[in-house]
Design a protein around this ligand. Structure first.
Ligand SMILES: CC(C)(COP(=O)(O)OP(=O)(O)OC[C@H]1O[C@@H](n2cnc3c(N)ncnc32)[C@H](O)[C@@H]1OP(=O)(O)O)[C@@H](O)C(=O)NCCC(=O)NCCS
Length: 331
């Protein structure tokens, strides 16, 4: 109870962060030996210089596990204390059980709720929003939120328009119920009408066609259209986030964006009037790790000491679906 006798408001606060990247690094020069491209083209159009690629047999669940162990350590939380695991991925290890269930068992957190969220590259922001609601309502007190992907498993390595963009990786945060301010608001959106601009049309229920069993599991993308939709959607969601919290754009200490393309990130930063030294950029070294990208960037910024306790962070993401969203939080 507070001094006034009212029950204090409960926030979901980040208690610790962690991330993990597979060891194998593929540079733009490596790719230029496989497809007709160049470091100059990739770097100037996307900002990407290299990406990490999971080894054969290394799964999304493996990356999620290493990131989660680091987040739990940083938070000083035992796996057995978790009430819930929410994992954003579009590249699960299996159709089922969910990667969250596989992770739960490996961590030794058996018994708590665990499920995956598929919102493509917005998966972590969606998962964070769900976890925030569980904590705010009192349904959970300690939640592990993960974004983990092995997107390179569905990349067509002969398609230069897509294979240069993606990488593998995972990030995680431990959220704890706290009376100190944490997540202030989250904002989720989707438009299923644009699915064919960015999709992988292979699935269980639509049935596998014979040719897809070998070659069809791949990302299809109309890059320049996706680019335009991403910039517009992110502009709108950052405006919505500031308006809902009655904040001026100058209040934001750090923008922690989805890492798809440096030019998309720069457009959002411009909209916020933020200099690029207050934007966390990892796309140059990680490429687009889908759900992994925002928590990877967050963890890197926390561990390097750039992001400090008390600062105001704006997280945002855009991905296939289309899906997009944001989270405003005090770290
Ligand atoms: C993919 C993307 C980098 C392409 O950049 P772009 O400036 O839009 O380029 P375009 O697709 O218009 O292609 C321009 C030319 O480059 C060529 N090109 C495409 N990929 C290339 C590559 N890797 N190397 C060299 N040339 C390439 C195209 O074939 C095209 O050639 P043409 O003019 O002879 O037809 C950019 O559109 C993008 O980043 N879009 C967003 C993608 C994204 O973020 N997806 C994930 C969202 S979560």
């Amino acid at each position: 109870m507070s001094e006034t006798g009212a029950t204090p408001r409960v926030y979901a606060r980040i208690a610790g962060t962690g991330s993990y990247l597979p060891a194998n690094v593929v540079t733009n020069d490596d790719l230029s030996k496989v497809v007709d491209t160049s470091d100059e083209w990739i770097a100037s159009r996307t900002g990407i210089r290299q990406r990490h690629v999971a080894a054969e047999g290394e799964t999304t669940g493996d990356l999620a596990y290493h990131a989660s162990v680091r987040a739990l350590e940083a938070a000083g939380v035992e796996a057995s204390e978790l009430d819930l695991i929410v994992l954003g991925t579009t590249t699960p290890d299996l159709v089922f059980p969910s990667t969250a269930c596989l992770l739960q068992h490996r961590l030794g957190a058996n018994g708590c709720g665990a499920f995956d969220v598929n919102a493509a590259c917005s998966g972590f922001v969606y998962a964070l929003s769900v976890a925030d609601k569980f904590i705010r309502t009192g349904a959970a007190r300690t939640v592990l939120v993960v974004g983990a992907e092995t997107l390179t498993r569905m990349v067509d390595w002969s398609d230069r328009a897509t294979c240069v963009l993606f990488g593998d990786g995972a990030g995680a945060v431990v959220l704890k119920a706290d009376t100190e301010t944490g997540i202030l608001s989250t904002h989720l959106h989707a438009d299923g009408g644009k699915k064919e601009l960015l999709w992988n049309p292979v699935g269980v229920s639509v049935g596998f066609k014979e040719q897809e069993k070998n070659a069809g599991v791949r990302i299809h993308m109309t890059g320049n259209e996706v680019f335009k939709h991403a910039v517009k959607a992110l502009d709108s969601v950052v405006e919505e986030t500031l308006a809902e919290n009655g904040l001026d754009r100058r209040a934001i200490d750090w923008l922690i964006p989805h890492q798809a393309n440096l030019r998309i990130i720069e457009a959002t930063a411009k909209r916020l009037d933020l200099p690029m030294d207050r934007v966390v950029v990892t796309v140059d070294r990680h490429g687009n790790t889908s759900s992994g990208s925002v928590p990877l960037a967050l963890d890197e910024a926390v561990r390097s000491g750039r992001v400090e306790r008390g600062q105001l962070l704006l997280l945002e993401a855009f991905g296939g679906g289309f899906t997009w969203g944001s989270a405003l939080l005090r770290y």
